[in-house]
Design a protein around this ligand. Structure first.
Ligand SMILES: [Zn+2]
Length: 364
């Protein structure tokens, strides 16, 4: 954590209150052992008003003890726009800020996970309510969007359009938006100004799926993580590790999809397979940096010309060689249609503030 701080990387404590507020989430051992877990899944009454103080205090003390640079606000899953958690969570967030400040942790940022069903987020009226709650004086430095379900594999034309619209409404708060677990579609969301930052796992977690929170934990699930996948940066998609040899062995694929960045993969396509995490991280960081370095009005056009159009063209041949890439090919085509139409319809987009780990300057 000290080294991360020295390198300018953030360390963010997730207090897992979303899990603690659901039967399925609470059932998981490591969640139940948190100092602020209590004895049963949290209900709104447990954390209303002064009842929320012990939880907030325990979280702030954890931030202090371990030296985190930021913390996720203790929010909960919203099943409807008038879900009682919305106002309770805002109140808990105010209390958390006060508690951090009291401990001399005024520099610690608070990011607010907005965890909501897509069918709620798609209603303008519901979003109006969210804007009212999330705007200043709520003491937060960014909103992290966890819209369920949404992600690279659940971003059909309607879902993608609604996500973009939803974000544009939230821009009225002036708070940066971050798309959680968005994966490759997150880059499109950034290019079109919807979000100012993206979050994802390393070659996995390309979508928000909260289904596990609402069912009993699987006793056989030992939490093994699968082997990392090979990132095909030209297509923004992944190959199963065991398919690498066959794919790159096919004619033309080494030159079309091999990594040519010698700082990333000195041995090209071989290093993509040998060190898939490194290749993914460096490429994704490069993709984000390229967008960020482009003036906002030019980002959408650049994304379409430099990534999406060539990717959807290249995907045709790639999917002939590797049939498991067919869904990715269809997805690229679909995004091309949806985003191309967006670009024709709007000449100017509202743009999220960048989520660069800076404290927002708030009027006192
Ligand atoms: Zn590489």
């Amino acid at each position: 954590m000290t080294e991360a701080g020295r390198q300018g990387l953030e360390t963010v404590l997730d207090p897992l209150t979303v899990d603690l507020g659901t039967a399925g989430g609470f059932g998981r051992g490591r969640v139940r052992n948190l100092p602020w877990a209590g004895n049963a899944p949290h209900l709104p009454d447990d954390l209303t008003g002064l009842a929320g103080v012990p939880l907030v205090r325990a979280i702030a003390e954890e931030v202090q003890a371990r030296g985190y640079s930021a913390v996720l606000a203790p929010t909960h899953f919203l099943s409807a726009a008038d879900d009682p958690w919305l106002l309770i969570d805002a109140d808990l967030t105010h209390r958390l800020r006060a508690e951090l400040d009291r401990l001399g942790l005024g520099h610690v940022r608070i990011y607010y996970p907005l965890v909501v069903k897509a069918e709620v987020f798609r209603h303008a009226e519901a979003r109006g309510r969210l804007v009212q709650t999330l705007r200043p004086p709520l003491p937060i430095d960014a909103v992290w969007l966890r819209i369920h379900p949404f992600g690279t594999n659940s971003s059909g034309p309607l879902a993608l359009r609604r996500y973009l619209e939803g974000c544009r409404d939230l821009h009225a708060t002036g708070v940066p938006l971050v798309a959680e677990h968005s994966g490759t579609v997150g880059l499109a969301l950034m290019a079109f100004g919807a979000v100012g930052g993206i979050e994802s796992g390393i070659t996995f977690s390309e979508g928000v799926q909260l289904g596990g929170l609402f069912k009993a934990p699987d006793p056989d699930d030992r939490g093994f993580s699968p082997a990392p996948r090979i990132y095909l940066h030209q297509l923004g998609t992944f190959l199963p590790p065991e398919r690498g040899e066959a794919f790159f062995g096919a004619r033309g694929m080494k030159s079309a999809h091999g990594c040519t960045n010698s700082g990333c993969c000195p041995r090209g396509w071989q290093d993509m397979q040998m060190r898939p995490r490194r290749h993914f991280l460096l490429q994704r960081a490069h993709e984000v940096a390229t967008l960020s370095a482009t003036p906002p009005p030019l980002r959408a056009g650049l994304y379409m010309e430099n990534f999406l159009r060539p990717a959807s063209d290249r995907a045709v041949r790639a999917a002939e060689i590797e049939p498991s890439l067919e869904p990715a090919r269809k997805r690229l085509d679909s995004w091309r249609g949806t985003l191309g139409a967006q670009l024709e319809k709007h000449s100017v987009f509202t743009v999220s503030e960048p989520a660069a780990g800076k404290r927002l300057r708030r009027p006192a």
